[in-house]
Structure formats: structure tokens, C-alpha cells
Design a protein around this ligand. Sequence first.
Ligand SMILES: [Zn+2]
Ligand SMILES: [Zn+2]
Length: 120
Amino acid sequence: MRKQSNHIHKLKRHKYPSGNAIYFCTLPDCNFKIDAALALGKRALCNICNTEFIMTEYSIKLVRPHCPDCGKVKVKDADGRNRYIKKVTNKILVGVAIESSQDLRSRLDNATTTELEDDI
Ligand SMILES: [Zn+2]
Ligand SMILES: [Zn+2]
């Protein structure tokens, strides 16, 4: 048996039929498991880009948690429907909106998440 692991865990969510959700490490030779709720504030490896990040209230809801840079953001499109778009795309959209839209302010208020604000 290995003792304490010395890596940053790469987490995947698993939900039991009982409704309890846990995260377990998907790396070889690692049996790490943690209650989903208790993963908050823990270091983890991004499932998309493999960089280390801290689990947030948002990421502990994801099946494959990823770092903020790989996140998608929820925005409202012109018809007022919610859409999830990649952040990189979103930056471009916001840039366009700044030039072309008078109601950017209200639109941003609808669309903004704390993640998005970091970029502005
Ligand atoms: Zn691990
Ligand atoms: Zn990432």
C-alpha cells in the first residue's frame, strides 16, 4: 500500500443511488475519495488543461471539475435565452457588445458571473 499521495488529485464526481455525491481521483494508483461538499477549497487538477486550481462552490457541482480559465459562462442571447459559451468566445462577444450595444450595462448584469468579472 502506498501511503499519503503526493500529487494533486484529478477529481471526477460520482453520485451514489442514495443521492450522495463524492469526488474520486482518476489518476492511476490513487484511491482518494472525498464528499463532494468537502472538496470545496481543495486543490485539484483541471480536467481540461491539467493545471492546478482550487475547487469552488461552482466547481464542486461539476462532474469533471475544471479551472476557471476553462470555464464556460452563462449568458443571455439576444432572445433572452440562457446559453453556455466558452469564456474565450465570451470575451469576444463582450468586446463586440461594448462597441455596439447601448444596453450593455443591463445585459452584463444579467450575464455576469463572478468568473466573468475577473476578466473585465
Ligand atoms: Zn489522487
Ligand atoms: Zn483548465
